[in-house]
Ligand binder design. Structure first.
Ligand code: ATP
Ligand code: MG
Length: 391
């Protein structure tokens, strides 16, 4: 227990009470400051400003009543404990006092030093316990949320690991017959005149086969990711390269690209072409969501959370946004809302896999206004140890 004086605020329109209460307070085992305030509005402001540890509130405050003051405080989530002092014939207010959020009520007529001392001590003790409970509750909720996030990421990683194995096997198997189909159909197309009745179905066969080839390529690049060498590199030039590849598509859609990159290097450990692929996948999704033009912003910066330094990269668009019903599934393999032939639904699956493999995290949220913001955090590499940190 600390020895700071207890700040007691007496809210009472009768100044004589101040002297009486001060007299009663002599039994308090701690030093105290007694402040007196006849006006409930100013008393409210003092409590709101945290100027009191406990309030002693008279039930009758001229035209007002003390219960209203306590109720108003509780409504504004101001939790300073308050003891209600009631006069003659106010016995019926006891229940109301508790309902309004008073810690205790004392009949003025029966007031004694020991009664007041005990009431204040209990009120402060209860308050401390309640606040400690609230804090534990908040921590538990935070830990629970963290756990849920981690679990979601774990489930996703497990799903992706199995998809990766499956993909590698299946993709190889599909590639060979596919090459045969494409080779033969091209051979036939060259031999028949363009107005041949078989020309249209043949074109369709080729188109669909090419679609399958795209899919297989995506699957293969996904399962081959482990093979490229790791380095420590600055993300800025990698982002610039990725944006250069998106530029033409952006121009044709009337989308402006904005870069917000810092002057100093942001180093991470990983595989540069993989990070480039992450940005291209996020960027092309953003462009797809902005068919009527818009703004694509790429921002990178250093961000410190506790002892861990991160490189934070944000890809923000002003597009259609991700509808709530699609949100839980966007990282799932083959989940797409795009027309058949437009999307394989593997873009974000690959992004998630790469980011996780780099020891990072990815999340998205509606962007301010309209559109979507994807945020990735990658552990910063090669940073000088924090001053005073462990060697
Ligand atoms: N920036 C975005 N704005 C709106 N919707 C998005 C955005 N990014 C992703 N989505 C939604 O998430 C779905 C999955 O994205 P993902 O990149 O995995 O697949 P895709 O773009 O449909 O196909 P692919 O990337 O394989 O060509 C998209 O179809 C789209 O509905
Ligand atoms: Mg995509």
């Amino acid at each position: 227990m600390d020895d700071r004086p207890i700040r007691i605020l007496l809210v009472d329109d009768d100044e004589d009470e101040r002297v009486i209460v001060r007299d009663f307070l002599r039994d308090l085992d701690r030093p105290f400051d007694l402040d007196w305030e006849p006006d409930p509005t100013r008393a409210f402001d003092k409590a709101a400003a945290g100027a009191a540890d406990i309030l002693l509130v008279d039930y009758r405050l001229g035209p007002h009543n003390g219960l209203d003051l306590i109720r108003r405080l509780r409504e504004q989530d101001i939790r300073t404990p308050a003891v209600l002092l009631t006069g003659q014939g106010d016995h019926a207010v006891d229940l109301l006092a508790m309902e309004a959020g008073a810690s205790d009520y004392l009949a003025k007529g029966q007031l004694s030093a020991s009664l007041l001392e005990r009431s204040i001590r209990y009120a402060l003790e209860h308050h401390r316990n309640r606040e400690a409970l609230r804090e534990s509750h908040r921590r538990i909720e935070e830990a629970f949320k963290q756990l849920r996030d981690n679990q979601a990421q774990l489930v996703q990683s497990a799903r992706l690991a199995s998809i990766g194995q499956l993909a590698a096997g299946v993709a190889h198997e599909i590639n060979n017959p596919l090459t045969v189909i494409l080779g033969l159909s091209e051979g036939v197309r060259r031999r028949i005149p363009p107005d041949d009745p078989a020309a249209a179905p043949l074109a369709a066969i080729e188109r669909e086969a090419l679609r399958v080839r795209d899919l297989v390529r995506n699957l293969l690049s996904f399962s081959r990711q482990k093979e490229a060498p790791e380095t420590i590199f600055d993300v800025a030039p990698v982002l610039a390269d990725a944006l250069a590849l998106l530029e033409a598509e952006a121009v044709s859609r009337g989308v402006e690209i904005r870069r917000e990159l810092p002057g100093s290097p942001l180093r991470v450990r990983g595989v540069p072409p993989q990070l480039q692929q992450v940005i291209i996948n996020l960027g092309s999704n953003a462009l797809d969501a902005m068919s009527a033009g818009g703004l694509l912003t790429i921002r990178a910066e250093r961000s410190v959370e506790g002892r861990q330094a991160w490189v934070r990269i944000e890809v923000t668009d002003t597009g259609t946004g991700i509808p709530p019903e699609a949100a839980p599934r966007v990282f799932d393999p083959f989940f797409t809302t795009k027309d058949p032939g437009r999307g394989t639904g593997l873009g974000l699956t690959i992004v998630h896999e790469i980011v996780t493999r780099h020891g990072g995290r990815i999340a998205f949220a509606p962007a301010p206004g309209q559109g979507t913001r994807f945020t990735l955090l990658l552990p910063e590499a090669g940073a000088a140890p924090a001053p005073g940190g462990a060697p």
